[in-house]
Design a protein around this ligand. Structure first.
Ligand code: FES
Ligand SMILES: [Fe+2]
Length: 324
């Protein structure tokens, strides 16, 4: 077998990190649904190669802290308890406020408290979603994720959620949207849809189709991509992609289905849309799990606006190693 000298060689090992840039671009990512986090709930989480504790205070505020206690290192997600607006460590009962600072040590015999605490991450709650703003270098959020009017509105049912653990980078997941030709070859669409793209700072907007049947994408950074479909059955879904570590992404599809007046449950039709999209997503998951990243792909006329998306995506890389 001969290999043409100008073909790009595939990296040999698949166990090493496959991308020429950080696995953790800056932006908003889904932690959990609001409904899964009642006041007093404590949840251990592992994302961005780090350990966190997520809790909801008695007053209802979601708080995300680095997981490990500054005292002797217990993980507050395993046995920590919410007390008012703070959380108490399961090991020696130090209490931390909602900014992660220690504010009570019950057995301390002298006055005053040490200057100790856990890092506190920016969290916002938007339309039933608990989101974190992640920046490796600690940059404060410069933009926010808008509410979805459909969530909780009469006639809309959801979220109905499906999830996958995908061995991929969030940028490759997002590239699924401008990669219009794969909609035919992987997902069985009859014709390659034309994609009209508008870049709006941190939002990538893409419309495929026409007034009778259109797929409208609104992509907020590399973690949150909404798709709106107004077919005979109206539905929306969010593709929420949160990096777990250098290899894996927690990818969730959260569906909102318009079932009409008074509906509180999914119809058979609504259910079948969700199952169809989930089946199609599973086809992508196999490809993503084994692909490599091509820094300079030989795109041809007919390929979708992948280059446009890559250029837009550069803004989410704050460290030296950004995609070219
Ligand atoms: S390890 Fe948390 S209070 Fe000691
Ligand atoms: Fe796809």
């Amino acid at each position: 077998m001969s290999i043409s000298m100008n073909s790009e060689r595939t990296p040999v090992s698949t166990d090493v990190y496959r991308y020429p840039f950080t696995p953790y671009p800056t932006g908003w990512y889904l932690l959990t649904e609001s409904a899964s986090l009642a006041p007093g709930d404590v949840m251990p989480l592992r994302y961005f190669g780090r350990d966190f504790v997520l809790f909801r205070t008695a007053g209802g505020k979601p708080v995300l802290l680095d997981a490990h206690c500054p005292h002797i290192g217990a993980h507050l997600g395993y046995g920590g308890t919410v007390e008012g607006e703070g959380i108490r460590c399961p090991f020696h009962s130090w209490r931390f406020d909602s900014s992660g600072r220690v504010d009570d040590i019950p057995y301390k015999t002298t006055p005053g408290l040490p200057d100790a605490g856990m890092a506190c991450w920016p969290v916002e709650e938007v339309s039933g979603l608990v989101l974190v703003h992640f920046s490796e270098v600690g940059t404060a959020p410069s933009w926010h994720v808008p509410e979805r009017s459909e969530w909780g509105a009469p006639g809309w049912v959801g979220y109905e959620t499906r999830s996958w653990n995908v061995r991929v980078h969030v940028q490759d997941l997002t590239e699924n949207i401008p990669d219009t030709t794969h909609f035919v070859s992987v997902h069985g669409l009859r014709a390659i849809p034309e994609a009209k793209v508008t870049i709006d700072d941190h939002v990538y907007r893409q419309v495929m189709g026409d007034d009778t049947y259109a797929l409208r994408h609104n992509v907020y950074g590399l973690g949150l991509a909404w798709l709106d479909v107004d077919a005979p059955l109206k539905y929306r879904f969010l593709v929420a992609s949160t990096p777990i570590d250098e290899q894996y992404v927690d990818m969730r599809l959260l569906f909102l289905i318009h079932e009409g007046d008074g509906a509180t449950e999914l119809s058979a039709k609504g259910r079948s849309i969700i199952e169809l999209i989930s089946k199609n997503t599973s086809l992508d998951v196999v490809i993503w799990g084994h692909k490599v990243y091509r820094d300079r792909p030989p795109l041809v006329a007919g390929d979708g606006p992948i280059g446009v998306m890559r250029k837009w995506a550069r803004q989410f890389y704050e460290t030296a190693s950004a995609p070219s």
